[in-house]
Design a protein around this ligand. Structure first.
Ligand SMILES: Cc1cc2nc3c(=O)[nH]c(=O)nc-3n(C[C@H](O)[C@H](O)[C@H](O)COP(=O)(O)OP(=O)(O)OC[C@H]3O[C@@H](n4cnc5c(N)ncnc54)[C@H](O)[C@@H]3O)c2cc1C
Length: 322
């Protein structure tokens, strides 16, 4: 049971903004024109990740995409079964007002999918991610969307504090969300925990460092899993930051003001939930996770099948994992 008053328990409903969806479907795609395509990792990063801006003037996507939503990309050609390639989704990395304050320009953050498969020789290159990463300014690309209505910042943004957890390209929506929140001048506490293997894989690192310098309410916590942190601490995962976040935002968690967002590699939510169960007091935890007693006894051995069954996030938790 949560110790929070009724309005702050599982019955809490965030005041979500109205968004439009599916204005362009595969049968009537929007045609966007690439404005820029730039590497957004530093030095010799392990992954190839690019920031891509696309002009969607004259389409229904212009002015209708919010950070937290995604749009679809339709690669030309057909798959191995001679069927048109399916739509792949990419998160909006631009603010609500558009990239560079141009409402008709949207941006995303794309990781090249490069893999090897046991059952087939050679390198496998993901169809759409590599198509996007190879695009040049002036190239056209077919788009669908908008998609998604749940992973958003609420309308009454200033009444909440925010804990944003990201791994890899999961940082994309926060680039726009943090911008929107800071531009709106909210007095909220905003903590962004970004996880990557190495320092060179931190995306938009300098951008977030500079925002942190200019905005005392914004805390940026880069978290490296394969090398020491910049302050000399041991390698760690984003979940290992929960203790610091929980004490930094102690009153926000106990009042239910804090909203927790998780975006990136599927599975990252498990560790974060386990850590919340360990670090938050039972009274505070109830506002975020409803956990069966049997699951409470198995912390450290949770698996994804337990989510929504034995471990039920309340609507103070927002998830976009893929
Ligand atoms: C809501 C949402 C938001 C997303 N946002 C982003 C984002 O912001 N940035 C981003 O980079 N990605 C994002 N993604 C992931 C993105 O949609 C794609 O899944 C990703 O880019 C890979 O697509 P692809 O076409 O390059 O790879 P695909 O060609 O679709 O390959 C995908 C997988 O299928 C396997 N596979 C495909 N064909 C074969 C085969 N013949 N044999 C064996 N295995 C095969 C590959 O190994 C690979 O693991 C998001 C996904 C979702 C659901």
């Amino acid at each position: 049971m949560s110790g929070l008053p009724d309005a702050h328990t599982q019955r809490f409903k965030p005041d979500m903004p109205e968004v439009v969806m599916h204005l362009h479907m595969p049968a009537n795609p929007a045609v966007g024109v690439v404005v820029s395509n730039e590497k957004c990792t530093a030095g010799k990063a392990a992954a190839f990740i690019r920031h891509i801006a696309i002009d969607v003037s004259g389409t229904q996507l212009a002015g209708n995409l919010r950070p937290g939503q995604s749009f679809g990309v339709l690669a030309p050609g057909t798959d191995e079964r001679s069927r048109p390639h399916k739509v792949r989704l990419y998160s909006v990395a631009s603010p609500t007002g558009g990239e560079g304050e141009k409402r008709h320009v949207i941006a995303t953050t794309v990781k090249r999918l490069i893999a090897e498969h046991r059952d087939r020789p050679g390198l496998f290159l993901g169809v759409t991610s590599n198509l996007l990463c190879d695009l040049r300014p002036g190239d056209e690309i077919r788009l669908t969307g908008p998609n998604g209505k749940r992973f958003l910042v609420p309308r009454n943004a200033g009444e909440h504090d925010y804990v944003f957890f990201a791994t890899g390209t999961g940082i994309a929506p926060y680039r726009g969300m943090v911008h929107d929140l800071l531009e709106a001048g909210v007095q909220s506490r905003i903590v962004l925990v970004m996880g990557s293997p190495y320092r060179t894989d931190l995306l938009y690192d300098e951008h977030f460092r500079s925002l942190e310098r200019d905005h005392p309410g914004f805390l940026y916590v880069p978290t490296l899993s394969r090398e020491r942190q910049q302050d000399g601490q041991q390698p760690m995962y984003v979940r290992d930051r929960l203790g610091r976040v929980a004490s930094d935002l102690a009153s926000s968690f106990s009042s239910g003001r804090a909203l927790v967002y998780i975006c990136g590699v599927a599975g990252m939510e498990l560790g974060i939930f386990e850590e919340m169960a360990l670090r938050l007091s039972p009274a505070d935890l109830g506002g975020y996770l409803e956990i069966d007693p049997e699951a409470m006894g198995r912390i450290g051995r949770w698996d994804r099948r337990m989510i929504h069954r034995a471990v039920r996030p309340t609507r103070r938790i927002f998830m976009e994992v893929y």
